[in-house]
Design a protein around this ligand. Structure first.
Ligand code: ZN
Length: 335
């Protein structure tokens, strides 16, 4: 089976097990944090806390976490490496640039910023990130509530070109209420990207089934990946939406995650009480049992947590019968 690069090096795709496809370890969104991601307050305690959380996550049956923290969001790989060295859980790093509005100053004045971005992203996948030798296995890009600004479009096109050059999948950030996952897919298609190599992230922030079906009908996966951000969409509606889409035959096109982090410098711990479920354990502890109670089969859970992530990360393209809800169950029975 294909090998997938993790922070500690390549592993067989079969070893990835259950995967959280969109999380963060250390997210730095403040201007100071982004300017100096190599420094965070209480570094040692923060690393210890991340190690503790990831060990507890592994005990709950999660084997791999995809850390979609890229440049522009405080990525600093040596700190992630320090965590990875102490846990029995695979961490996957991402290439890309987080931009919602404007390019960072050095690129704004570059004579060919798109080309510079493509080369940087390809280097992060083939050579490694920032001199660490840690190779990214996914590409990340974003579109926010301001939509596809000229800078966002540039980054989306550069990400698409790096996808074509490397084969690495694309996992995105969207503003689901604006339905701008469709804009991303249009731009990727113009660049020649196979939608089956794309996960439209944060799709779980909406219960608009028409929009979600439209995304999946292109062949793309959708990330139901913000479980725990209940002020945006409540727990019941998030769970109901996934259960309904499973009944409609889409278990083979969804992945599950939280978009949570161990440390977020723009989100003080004092505010954690506002989102008590926003942490790595919500899926195994609460969401999976709630899905099962709504009739989602074990095989469908396995598709969303194990088989779909493996197909995305290992480059395999699954082409299930669209309207066969038993697809993933029968797959499991064959084993
Ligand atoms: Zn995220």
């Amino acid at each position: 089976m294909a090998r997938v690069n993790t922070v500690r090096g390549p592993v067989d795709a079969a070893e990835l097990g259950a995967v959280l496809m969109h999380e963060h370890l250390f997210l730095l969104s403040s201007p100071a944090g982004r300017a100096h991601p190599e420094r965070i307050p209480d570094e040692g305690r923060r690393v210890g806390d991340a190690v503790d959380r990831l060990r507890r996550l592994k005990e709950r049956g999660i084997d791999t976490l995809v850390d979609l923290t890229v440049a522009g969001a405080g990525r600093y790989l040596p700190r992630v490496q320090a965590v990875a060295a102490r846990v029995d859980l695979h961490i996957i790093a991402a290439a890309g640039l987080f931009v919602l509005d404007r390019l960072p100053p050095p690129l704004e004045t570059h004579r060919d910023p798109t080309r510079a971005l493509v080369e940087t992203f390809i280097g992060e996948i083939r050579v490694g990130i920032g001199g660490t030798g840690v190779k990214a296995a996914v590409l990340k890009c974003a579109t926010g509530r301001r939509g596809v600004t000229p800078a966002v479009e540039r980054v989306l096109r550069a990400t698409a070109r790096a996808q074509l050059a490397t084969g690495a999948p694309i996992c995105t950030h969207t503003h689901a209420a604006s339905r701008n996952g469709l804009d991303q897919l249009r731009i990727f298609a113009e660049e020649g990207v196979d939608p089956a190599r794309v996960v439209i992230g944060h799709s779980g922030d909406t219960a608009d089934l028409g929009y979600l079906e439209k995304l999946m009908e292109t062949g793309a996966y959708i990330g139901m990946d913000r479980f725990g951000i209940d002020p945006v969409l409540g727990f019941e509606r998030r769970v109901d939406t996934v259960a309904r889409l499973c009944r409609m035959g889409y278990a083979a096109k969804m992945v599950l995650s939280h978009d949570a982090s161990c440390y977020n410098d723009a989100f003080p711990e004092a505010r954690a009480a506002e989102v008590p479920n926003w942490h790595y354990f919500h899926l195994p502890d609460d969401v999976v049992p709630a899905l099962r109670a709504r009739g989602v089969g074990q095989g469908q859970i396995r598709a969303m947590l194990v088989e779909n992530p493996r197909a995305i990360l290992a480059g395999g393209v699954r082409r299930p019968e669209r309207h066969d809800p038993e697809f993933s169950c029968s797959q499991e029975e064959e084993r």
